[in-house]
Ligand binder design. Structure first.
Ligand SMILES: [Fe+2]
Length: 231
């Protein structure tokens, strides 16, 4: 029988996070039950590549089709617990535009859409576990009906393993953002060291492209230094 590892409350946020109402809907209300796994869950068939085709490595565009906002390059490295690059991992990335607006019908924030910004990419890591995305820095946005909670600029990630069941969903934050300190989602990770692993590093600007800030982010898919999963 497979043993389900217990959650580490310091690095893995608790299921229902105070002040973040949606977590109550995303956490089991009943005790867990085992059921037989399907062929795709066991990796006997892998529909991931067919159902999730690769999509854009550039969300910022160029010239008259350039999205509004500060250009950034994201260098995301996926490694395992030993620091070995995970090659061929499917990395999904999505974020809002520079005004804090998502392209999604549920986004009720009164902020302008940007016709030159799509907001989502699906990339595959190369030999060194690296996936690179040229995009713009997302804006902050208020969370409706929360009495003044604003999400700091952040980028959503999903990293797929070899089977459907193997997926990490997390968020990347930007260094030096004052809203980081008050964010219910980031602070749902209780351990400050684990929390700091959710914040990207700004690469030295002297060595980067002239018009673009470069951020490095490492996703560790398992082990003691694993990137904390966020609600
Ligand atoms: Fe978000």
């Amino acid at each position: 029988m497979i043993e389900i590892r217990r959650r580490d409350p310091l690095t893995q946020s608790e299921g229902v996070v105070a002040g973040y109402a949606h977590t109550a809907q995303r956490w089991p209300a009943q005790p867990l039950r085992r059921r037989p796994q399907t062929a795709s869950e066991l990796g006997k068939v892998n529909p991931l590549e067919k159902k999730l085709p690769l999509l854009r490595g550039d969300l910022a565009g160029h010239g008259a089709k350039r999205a509004i906002g500060q250009l950034i390059n994201l260098r995301v490295r996926v490694v395992d617990e030993g620091g070995v690059p995970v090659q061929g991992a499917l990395v999904e990335i999505w974020h809002c535009n520079a005004a804090g607006k998502y392209i999604h019908p549920n986004d009720s924030h009164d902020a302008p859409a940007d016709p030159n910004f799509y907001g989502a990419a699906r990339l595959k890591t190369g030999d060194s576990g690296l996936a690179e995305l040229r995009t713009i820095k997302p804006g902050a946005y208020p969370v409706p009906d929360t009495g003044g909670w604003w999400r700091p600029p952040h980028i959503h990630f999903s990293v797929w393993g070899r089977v459907w069941l193997s997926r990490l969903v997390t968020q990347m934050f930007f260094p030096g953002e004052p809203l980081n300190e008050f964010d219910a989602i980031l602070n749902a990770v209780r351990d400050p060291a684990a929390r700091s692993r959710c914040i990207a590093g700004l690469a030295p600007t002297a060595r980067g492209p002239r018009d673009t800030l470069v951020y490095d982010y490492q996703i560790v898919v398992r082990g003691r230094s694993a990137s904390p999963g966020l609600p």
